[in-house]
Design a protein around this ligand. Structure first.
Ligand code: LIP
Length: 280
């Protein structure tokens, strides 16, 4: 019991640090949001990076490293720069400095700083901050999920024919991937869903399900830094995250279904053709 209380206080301290630096990162993103960005391409013409992504990631990692020198780090841009991405049992901060980089490049307001903390390979703290809309989603394992300090919960929808689904095309332009993704969107539509939407940010799609604004989100081709923080926020809001093949979520497998109920997650899983990406 004493140990649990200790964990609770420790996780609070981690959350406070992540919120503090997410807000600072948000100031950087806001400052350049409307200006013309210097953009570089990564794995495809639709996989972009800006100076802000790199600067913000450095800012976040150096702040958290100074506070928690024993912790490990996985960051989108550090990984893109060639640093090996490995998730161990050590406390590991998993960071996407600008989730929704394409949105950021186009000044489309769905961008987020995403900071998750994994301990023994379980996400235990999550912060997703949209600095343009000033919406801060937070969660600690066992302590509920919040948006701007107010508790949030998912819709609990179980029936696929009554749901709003979030889907993404992603950044791969490999023809076979595109075909399968379009086919998957078509199969979801054929289940009679009320509609499909795309925010262009995995973290914000997951938080949308967490707050009950959408019922289910599916994507293949994303990375651990797109999902880590959102995963704990959604589970604390009463939702579920699974592997699109139907098993437990595997953070390094590059895909997920985030849903308001296990029944809905499995209904979506059943109508998908799966795509295997190289693991993180
Ligand atoms: C983005 C994801 C989004 C996906 C994009 C991209 P980034 O992350 O959040 O769901 O569709 O292709 O991967 O690269 O903006 O951090």
């Amino acid at each position: 019991m004493e140990e649990l209380q200790g964990d609770k206080e420790l996780y609070q301290e981690y959350l406070c640090a992540a919120v503090e630096i997410a807000k600072k990162a948000g100031e950087e993103i806001r400052a350049t949001f409307q200006s013309k960005k210097t953009v570089e391409m990564k794995s495809s013409p639709a996989d972009l990076v800006t100076e802000t992504d790199q600067k913000v990631e450095q800012l976040i990692i150096s702040f958290l490293r100074s506070k928690f020198p024993d912790h490990c780090f996985i960051g989108e841009e550090t990984t893109a720069a060639g640093v090996h991405c490995e998730l161990t049992d050590n406390p590991t901060w998993i960071i996407d400095p600008v989730d929704g980089t394409t949105n950021f490049v186009h000044s489309f307001q769905f961008v987020a700083v995403s900071i998750g903390l994994s301990v023994s390979k379980e996400n235990v703290v999550g912060v997703v901050y949209n600095p343009i809309l000033d919406e801060l989603f937070t969660a600690i394992k066992g302590q509920g999920a919040y948006c701007n300090g107010k508790p949030i919960s998912c819709s609990k929808q179980q029936d696929i024919s009554q749901c709003l689904a979030l889907v993404e095309i992603g950044s791969s332009r490999v023809s076979a991937h595109l075909q399968t993704k379009l086919q998957n969107i078509s199969s979801i539509l054929q289940q009679g869903v009320h509609g499909v939407r795309s925010l262009g940010s995995a973290a914000l799609n997951i938080c949308q399900v967490a707050r009950g604004g959408g019922d289910v989100y599916v994507e293949h081709g994303i990375h651990c830094w797109d999902m880590a923080a959102g995963d704990i926020i959604l589970r604390e809001a009463g939702g579920v995250t699974i592997d699109p093949k139907g098993g437990p979520l595997d953070l390094m497998s590059r895909c997920l279904i985030a849903a308001s109920s296990p029944q809905l997650a499995l209904s979506v899983s059943a109508c998908l053709t799966h795509i295997d990406y190289q693991r993180d």
